[in-house]
Structure formats: structure tokens, C-alpha cells
Design a protein around this ligand. Structure first.
Ligand SMILES: CC(C)(COP(=O)(O)OP(=O)(O)OC[C@H]1O[C@@H](n2cnc3c(N)ncnc32)[C@H](O)[C@@H]1OP(=O)(O)O)[C@@H](O)C(=O)NCCC(=O)NCCS
Length: 185
């Protein structure tokens, strides 16, 4: 799989995180824990096999404009939709988006959407190589929760019906595949 994807005509590139290439120093998305994660924990998390990170930059500028991370996870079949409950396994393999964030001055311009769409496309590629039924994430809970929730809902995510994780949303990879195929027609 290529490590780089050009997403639009504005020379935006989404590429695999490279400590030597990507400048994280000025990144701030307005949510401190995510900024700290990017600047202080990401390299260790990657080294330890916890996540892979994908970084958006523009043109030749190495400044990080946005990013997302992916990791493998299982969720309990009985805490999900009927399809999971009837799968005959206790755990459903999914791909977890641990963080999505856009630099504050770039928010509201479509970059967050481009990052999640890029993640969806990438997850389809992963699900071709190993079992993965859905993309899952937990929407951050603070005063902007509702706006975030609508952001993911607009992209097709919905709650799995897991009362233990009320901020959790998912989209099945079958849905993602069908959406991309529909848009190709
Ligand atoms: C949430 C976030 C990734 C969206 O990225 P973005 O580039 O602003 O999003 P887009 O321009 O593609 O889409 C806009 C939609 O995102 C949501 N959104 C925009 N700014 C937001 C903000 N500051 N906080 C929460 N949601 C926001 C809104 O639903 C918006 O739709 P609207 O314009 O119709 O109101 C970005 O705002 C961000 O990084 N926020 C801080 C970190 C964060 O909340 N990460 C998500 C963790 S679950």
C-alpha cells in the first residue's frame, strides 16, 4: 500500500507519520490532551505497536495541519448491533480511531472530513488483509461533544447501542465499501 495519498487539488497530502519530516511543534487543536498525545506520546505509541498515525500537510510545508491514528481492537459482540450478536463469536474485530484532530486555524474547512474519509479508505484496505467488521471511535466528552457527535453522524457513524460506552460510535466496513463503490459509479 502506498504510504502517501494526495487528497485534493490544494496540494494537501496525508502521509504516514515520520518523526524526521513532520513538524509537530506548532500544532494545537484546542484540546490539550490530543496536542500532548501528538507531541509527547505518539512516537512511543508507534514504536510499541499501539497505533499508526497519518498526518496532513500542505505542499512542502512540514507543519502538521491535522492527523489521525488507527489501532486494532475488539469490541464485545453482545454490546453491538444484531449482526454482531449473531456472528457466533464473543468479540468482533474492529479498527479503532484513537484520535482525529485538525489545527485550530484550519478547522471548519473540510480537513477533518478529509481525514476521516482517508481513514475509511485506509481501513477498507486493512480489512482486505485481515478480518475487521467496523471502524469504531469514542467521541470526546466536553462542551463541544454535540458538535463532534454530529460531525461523525454526518459521516455515517452511529452508536452501536453499547450502554457501557455511550460516547462510542461505529460504521461497518460493509457500509463504507458500499458508499465508496456508489461514489465510483
Ligand atoms: C472535530 C474536528 C476533527 C473536525 O475537523 P474540521 O476540519 O473542523 O471539520 P470539517 O471542516 O471537515 O467539518 C466541519 C464539521 O466538524 C464539526 N466541527 C467543526 N469545528 C469543530 C470544533 N471546534 N469542535 C467540534 N466539532 C467541530 C462540526 O460538526 C462541523 O460541521 P458544521 O460546519 O456544519 O458545524 C476538529 O474540529 C478538531 O480537531 N477539533 C478538536 C479535536 C477534536 O475534537 N477531535 C475529535 C475527537 S473525537
Amino acid at each position: 500500500m502506498p504510504a502517501e495519498t494526495s487528497t485534493d487539488a490544494a496540494a494537501l497530502t496525508i502521509a504516514k507519520f515520520d518523526k524526521a519530516l513532520h513538524d509537530r511543534s506548532a500544532f494545537s487543536c484546542g484540546f490539550g490532551p490530543i496536542d500532548n498525545f501528538l507531541k509527547s506520546s505518539l512516537s512511543d505509541q508507534i514504536r510499541n505497536g499501539m497505533v499508526a498515525a497519518w498526518i496532513a500537510t500542505a505542499g512542502e510545508d512540514p507543519a502538521v495541519l491535522g492527523f489521525y491514528t488507527l489501532g486494532a481492537m475488539v469490541v464485545r459482540a453482545d454490546l453491538g448491533p444484531k449482526k454482531w450478536q449473531s456472528a457466533g463469536v464473543p468479540d468482533i474485530p474492529v479498527i479503532y480511531i484513537r484520535a482525529v484532530a485538525v489545527r485550530e486555524d484550519m478547522q471548519g474547512k473540510g480537513l477533518g472530513t478529509a481525514l476521516v474519509v482517508d481513514a475509511m479508505r485506509r481501513c477498507l484496505g486493512i480489512a482486505d488483509q485481515m478480518g475487521a467488521a467496523a471502524i469504531v471511535l469514542d467521541v470526546l466528552k466536553d462542551e463541544h461533544f454535540e458538535r463532534r457527535w454530529y460531525f461523525y453522524e454526518d459521516l455515517g457513524f452511529k452508536p452501536p447501542g453499547d450502554a457501557q460506552n455511550p460516547e462510542r460510535v461505529f460504521i461497518s466496513l460493509a457500509n463504507v465499501r458500499a458508499t465508496f463503490e456508489h461514489h465510483r459509479e
